[in-house]
Design a protein around this ligand. Structure first.
Ligand code: MN
Length: 432
């Protein structure tokens, strides 16, 4: 007999990958652990009959020759009934899992980092052209959306989004998805939010407000990130950090969210051993104390502030052209440098203007190519002092609709910041 099972306390990714595997492997019995999470329980209350899954209690483990496991590969995550298979040498084990760590090694191991285990199996179904019913498609979407935070978590891969798109084409129902996932804001989450609001902690740094939510948590609470997001909106801060202390396991779960470039959550979390991107991230610290962690986070924000400045993102040295140069020479220089514009300096190397390809459109006669650049350049460019912040430069670019800003130090031209430098600044952080 062939069995397929998943981890106990099953969430949607567990249930969905289990069901997807029963489609992939014919003549297999799908065994759902008796303990499932609250959302899945609600889903099963309606869909149990169409899924045709069996309880571990009903299985005769004596004649099992193949075991397929999804969304975990650890014996202690399986229903206790499976323990009898542990020492069976002949057992053919197949693993489908997106958690890299586990205690079971199978004959076939499909283990890799991806947003959800469901994605891996849906890909197989799609490749083998096995048909998926609208109900199954809806369940698989639930699996993918739950584990990828609706395709928003940093762990999400293009494959997860492709699989979701494919499932929509199989008539997966997003209304149902929203309905079953929304209920995760239950009484426990509400209680935590209320307690957080009774002890609001706000800090100000350089005009940016940073909120902290510090709380002891008993047991496993899902969707703390959502609670934290609601907390942030209510207390109206630019960035927020949730420090959730799990006394039982002596660890602290840290979640961060930020809407300002000044607070780079991903970088802070990486320093704390976790991960993420500038807007969102998380980390876990063994034996950490929340008050100390809060101080560490504030220190890091202060440090980064002084470390990333215009000097780090600007291009320098930058080619300049003299104001007396002819337009023809300038055109050659632009071509040679492969850029769309250059600063213009006077005899004292002070910046007096900017010439860009656009300005060449104003040349109407051939002989104007012999005119000096100062006749066509835009005068008095907006120059920014090197001590200003990246945010200020972005504001100027937006307000004045200009794509390159000369940077000056003690009145002297030292470099230039372009739109692509700013893009590089944002994207290099998210890909680190
Ligand atoms: Mn999963």
């Amino acid at each position: 007999m062939k069995l397929i099972t998943t981890h106990k306390g099953s969430d949607f990714d567990a249930l969905a990958s289990l069901v997807a595997a029963t489609l992939l492997y014919e003549d297999c019995v799908g065994v759902l652990p008796d303990s499932v999470n609250t959302n899945v329980k609600t889903f099963l209350a309606i869909h149990k009959d169409v899924l045709a899954l069996t309880s571990p209690k009903e299985i005769d483990f004596d004649d099992v020759d193949t075991l397929i496991i999804t969304d975990t590969h650890s014996w202690d995550r399986l229903d206790h009934h499976f323990a009898v298979l542990k020492d069976q040498q002949e057992l053919h084990i197949v693993i489908w899992d997106h958690h890299l760590k586990g205690s079971i090694t199978g004959r076939e191991n499909h283990v890799r980092e991806i947003g959800s285990t469901t994605t891996m199996l849906v890909k197989q179904l799609q490749e083998k052209q096995i048909s998926i019913s609208p109900i199954q498609a809806t369940l698989f979407l639930l699996g993918i959306y739950e584990d990828t935070g609706h395709l928003s978590f940093p762990s999400t891969l293009p494959e997860d989004a492709y699989a979701a798109g494919f499932l929509l084409s199989c008539k997966g129902d997003l209304n149902l998805v929203a309905n079953f996932l929304r209920q995760s804001y239950g009484s426990r989450q509400k209680e935590i939010l209320q307690e957080l609001l009774e002890d609001v902690q706000k800090e100000e740094m350089e005009g940016v407000s940073i909120g902290f939510a510090i709380k002891e948590i008993k047991g496993r609470v899902k969707n703390l990130a959502m609670v934290l997001q609601m907390y942030r909106e209510i207390i109206n801060v630019d960035a927020v950090f949730g420090l959730f202390l799990d006394v039982e396991h002596d660890r602290c779960m840290i979640i961060g969210r930020s809407a300002v470039e000044f607070v780079d959550v991903g970088r802070i979390m990486r320093d704390l051993g976790g991960g993420g991107h500038p807007g969102a991230g998380s980390a876990q610290i063994k034996g950490g104390h929340p008050v100390e962690i809060k101080e560490t986070i504030l220190e890091k924000i202060r440090d980064y502030k002084s470390s990333v400045g215009l000097k780090d993102i600007m291009s320098s040295p930058v080619k300049t052209v003299k104001e007396t140069m002819t337009m023809e020479e300038v055109a050659k220089t632009l071509r040679r440098e492969g850029c769309t514009g250059l600063p213009v300096v006077n005899a004292k190397d002070e910046i007096v203007g900017v010439i860009s390809r656009r300005d060449f459109k104003r040349l109407t006669r051939e002989n104007q190519l012999q005119s000096p650049v100062k006749a066509f350049m835009s005068w008095h460019p907006v120059a920014v002092d090197i001590d200003k912040t990246v945010t200020e430069v972005i504001q100027i670019m937006t307000r004045k609709d200009i794509g390159r800003i000369p940077i000056i130090k003690d009145g002297k031209f030292v470099g230039i910041v372009t739109r692509s430098d700013i893009m590089g600044y944002f994207y290099s952080f998210s890909s680190m």
